[in-house]
Design a protein around this ligand. Structure first.
Ligand code: TYM
Length: 337
């Protein structure tokens, strides 16, 4: 996607997105976010971040955090993010993210943050007095991530749309008070992949932090585990393979099948006419395993050093953009720099 700037120079619009290096990345993360990135990177100037400062809003083991940060970078690469096309970096390596987050905190309102459903879900299990301030403030840091880079589009899953709304609100609020400074971003959802539901409960999203590993298919699950999990996945009453809102469990499984096989829902319905869940599930497990096998082979072949070098050069490349935006912000606000 290209735009003509004031100087009549054709520039590519920018996309930005990120994933937390926590838990096990799963098919929902891939189908909701990474798969879109892989396709969009050829049309947009693309920045993909590993948001470690978001991950620490809940307790993390230091050794695990370091390992996961590298693993997420490798997952981006193995899934087809091309470091010659897109910039990959770790959020904490560009300090302007936290600096802008503080400034946006002075624009954000309690009312903005209190209605965030992800915060409500994550904090629901704890007493209010013990809920971390970082968890509450999390969407402001996410707004900073996005607004630092004049992002036009944010390719994410459905669960992040409310956070992007906040980024839009903060951008508009800042612009209205201090003059045009931030691009107002838009979320971008993938069609059927925007909300992949849990295999053990089709009323809740597939989640890295789910209590049971039977909720999700991890991108690093081996074929045997995939078969086990799909076999155990809940299904609806009846035995017909039909795509319908009345059958949310089956609808979710058909969505996964469609997105990974390229077959349409109609083709799938036809394929399983007169057959039952058993055949459908066996084939779905093979579709998933066949997708994961080459992905995992690529993942194994990416070394820590290779991933580290890509992340460091990404941060070097991106830092001047972030610094320039922070200068503009400070100048408009009357902050000396
Ligand atoms: P995170 O790490 O929870 O998830 C990463 C991406 O995966 C998507 N996703 C899903 N998509 C479909 N179905 C699901 N079940 C599913 N679960 C997760 C998420 O929507 C997301 O796109 N706050 C963000 C990380 C973040 C960010 C940003 C994203 C921080 N700063 C700036 C975009 C731009 C998060 O926690 O994602």
């Amino acid at each position: 996607m290209k735009t003509i700037t004031e100087k009549n120079k054709v520039t590519m619009q920018r996309i930005f997105s990120g994933i937390q290096p926590s838990g096990n990345l799963h098919l929902g993360n891939y189908l909701g976010a990474i798969k879109q990135w892989e396709q969009l990177q050829y049309e947009y100037e693309s920045i993909f971040c590993i948001v470690d400062l978001h991950a620490i809003t809940v307790p993390q083991d230091p050794i695990e955090l370091r390992k996961k940060t590298l693993e997420v970078a490798k997952i981006y690469l193995a899934a087809g993010v091309n470091p010659d096309k897109a910039t990959l970096f770790v959020q904490s390596q560009v300090k302007e993210h936290t600096e802008l987050a503080w400034i946006l905190n002075t624009m954000a309102r309690l009312g903005d943050l209190e209605k965030m459903t992800q915060f409500k879900d994550k904090s629901a299990k704890s007493e209010k007095e013990t809920v971390g301030v970082g968890l509450f403030d999390y969407p402001v840091l996410m707004a900073a991530d996005i607004l630092l880079y004049d992002t036009a589009l944010v390719p994410v899953g459905q669960d992040q749309i409310q956070h992007i709304e906040l980024a839009r609100t903060l951008a508009k609020r800042f612009n209205a008070r201090f003059g045009e400074t931030f691009t107002v971003p838009q979320g971008k959802l993938s069609d059927e992949g925007a909300l992949i539901m849990g295999l053990d409960d089709p009323t809740k999203k597939m989640s890295k932090s789910a209590a049971s590993e039977y909720n999700y298919i991890s991108l690093t699950d081996e074929a045997e585990m995939v078969r086990k999990k799909i076999k155990k996945a809940v299904t609806d009453s009846g035995s017909e393979i039909v795509y319908s809102d009345d059958k949310p469990a089956l609808k979710n499984l058909i969505n996964i099948y469609t997105l990974l096989s390229g077959k349409t829902k109609e083709e799938i319905a036809k394929l399983y006419q007169g057959k039952g869940y058993g055949d459908f599930k066996n084939d779905l497990a093979e579709v998933i395993a066949n997708f994961l096998a080459p992905f995992q082979a690529r993942l194994k072949n990416i070394s820590d050093d290779e991933a580290l070098a890509i992340l460091h050069s990404g941060a070097e490349k991106i830092r001047p953009l972030a610094q320039k935006k922070m200068q503009a912000v400070k100048e408009r606000m009357g902050i000396l720099f």
